[in-house]
Design a protein around this ligand. Structure first.
Ligand code: ADP
Length: 479
């Protein structure tokens, strides 16, 4: 096996710090850097949305433009470029396609992302970058392996390219009526008849990724196992079982530069394991900013989450008063489904001194919650990997999580060897409450709690381990 670096292109619908709607953005914002440190030539490409802040868009360098064909449409395709953290990042520019005020909710999103994929493949010889590996992320880019095989692989330039497809969340699949085969994809109907792009009478982009990529990964070994069962398989468990030899789970990391309590300028006071005063200060300031009253030592439970079914918010609905009765103060930041937003707002109105709900997306407040809380709650119904629990541990905040997917892989019960959190298994309010009772008990013994918090901070969730696993995977594809 050669030790020479590989040419790797990440094709992604989002990447931090440019544009991010969830964990995928964080991952693609930091994994390529870690892979470059392994000696690979790693680059990224994403759509140039209007959501990308002007401070980034204004420093892009225009490289070239050409026209991309999507069946009968000829589309303007600009390629702009910057370098972020040492990683060259390309942006596919077409204002009509990507200046929509929404990332993934346009009715013609199949056209947007088919255009994007074709534009990326057309771009490669023009920028003179011949990848050994193209690494695609989630449904938006899942048809790349199919289009590569169908339209490009007979040309020398493309014939040796291998593909990896990572599932960050199986729930969002990209499904469209079969009319798009002629109208947008422009591929042979054999792909439909064989069932490889079809599920439940619809074209399913996610399934195409599973069927056509050379390797499939997902973001934790636990989720890799779970999605092969009907309970977590979102209808695609059979396809995943059929491709299980090519399926691997690699747990995400987090950027230890970006998330660093000793350096973080967003939090009230920096701290580390040896200087824990700062963490106490963060708790006090956070409580007062959020209007929570009472003594600083009362344990603070934090939550930062999309408020969607996946995140287990429904489990909180019946036990809000019990959380307060246990002696916690509770601060939650998130937005999403109206039912959950209302519930949390009502809870905060009922207990104004004890519960605070910020219904919004707020980068700075998120950091302050990670730093200022004693415990961090993630009672997810399912969780491909989860970043929140790892960020919280980096900030010395004890995670309280349901034992599912990546949560189970990254958080072991604190009373076991090397354990760092509080976990529960059954998806029920009762089981969650039992876990919170344990947390409350610990929370009222400050000395014990701080001992655990300091231990939690020692865990290593940086990208080093995961990047090494991806390195191995890429090399396994190299003939
Ligand atoms: P998912 O990708 O399913 O939303 P993850 O735990 O993998 O869940 O990643 C979520 C990321 O988004 C974390 O970095 C979390 O802090 C952040 N996040 C979620 N909701 C908010 C919010 N309302 N404000 C700020 N950051 C948020």
């Amino acid at each position: 096996m050669s030790d020479e670096g590989l040419n790797i292109l990440h094709v992604t619908p989002e990447a931090s710090p440019f544009v991010k709607s969830g964990g995928l953005g964080d991952v693609v914002g930091s994994l390529p850097r870690a892979l470059r440190r392994q000696g690979h030539d790693v680059r990224c490409v994403l759509p140039e949305y209007d959501q990308i802040p002007l401070k980034y868009r204004s420093r892009l360098e225009h490289l070239l433009h050409f026209r991309t064909r999507v069946v009968w449409r000829e589309e303007y395709t600009g390629v702009n470029r910057t370098v972020q953290g040492g990683v060259p990042v390309y942006f596919i520019d077409n204002k009509e396609k990507f200046n929509r005020g929404t990332l993934y909710d346009s009715p013609d999103r199949h056209v947007q992302f088919t255009f994007f994929i074709r534009a990326v493949l057309e771009m490669l010889p023009k920028i003179d970058f011949q990848p050994d590996i193209i690494h695609c992320h989630d449904w938006q880019t899942a048809i790349l392996p199919l289009l590569l095989e169908e339209n490009y692989s007979s040309f020398d330039f493309y014939s040796d390219i291998k593909t990896v497809f990572t599932i960050h969340n199986l729930r969002y699949q990209g499904t469209f009526g079969p009319g798009i085969i002629d109208d947008t994809l422009g591929v042979d109907w054999d792909h439909w008849h064989s069932g490889r792009i079809r599920h439940d009478g619809m074209v399913n982009f996610m399934k195409a990724g599973i069927e056509y990529a050379d390797k499939i990964t997902t973001v934790s070994p636990g989720y890799a196992r779970e999605i092969q069962t009907s309970e977590y398989g979102e209808g695609l468990d059979y396809a995943l079982r059929m491709n299980s030899d090519d399926l691997e789970g690699i747990v995400n990391g987090i950027s230890y530069q970006e998330f660093d309590p000793a350096e973080d300028e967003e939090i009230y006071s920096t701290y580390d394991r040896h200087n824990f005063q700062g963490k106490r200060k963060n708790r006090r300031r956070l409580k007062s900013e959020m209007g929570l009253a009472g003594e600083n030592d009362r344990p603070l439970l934090g939550m930062v989450s999309r408020l969607v079914d996946q995140k287990g918010i429904e489990l909180l609905e019946g036990i809000g008063s019990e959380i307060v009765d246990l002696g916690f103060q509770f601060v939650v930041l998130g937005s999403g489904r109206g039912r959950y937003e209302n519930h949390l707002q009502l809870l905060a109105e009922k207990y104004p001194d004890m519960v605070a709900a910020a219904i919004k997306y707020d980068f700075t407040l998120a950091r302050r919650i990670y730093a200022g809380s004693d415990f961090f709650l993630m009672p997810s119904q399912f969780e491909p990997c989860g970043l929140g629990q790892m960020i919280s541990m980096r900030y010395g905040t004890v995670p309280v999580v349901r034992e599912t997917g990546g949560l189970k892989d990254t958080v072991k019960p604190y009373d076991e060897e090397g354990g760092t959190g509080i976990t529960f298994s059954e998806y029920s309010p009762k089981a969650l409450l039992t876990a919170l009772e344990k947390a409350a008990e610990l929370g009222h013994d400050r000395e014990e709690l701080e001992k655990l918090q300091k231990r939690v901070m020692k865990k290593d969730f940086s990208w080093n381990n995961s990047a090494a696993s991806y390195d191995e995977l890429y090399r396994s594809l190299e003939g």
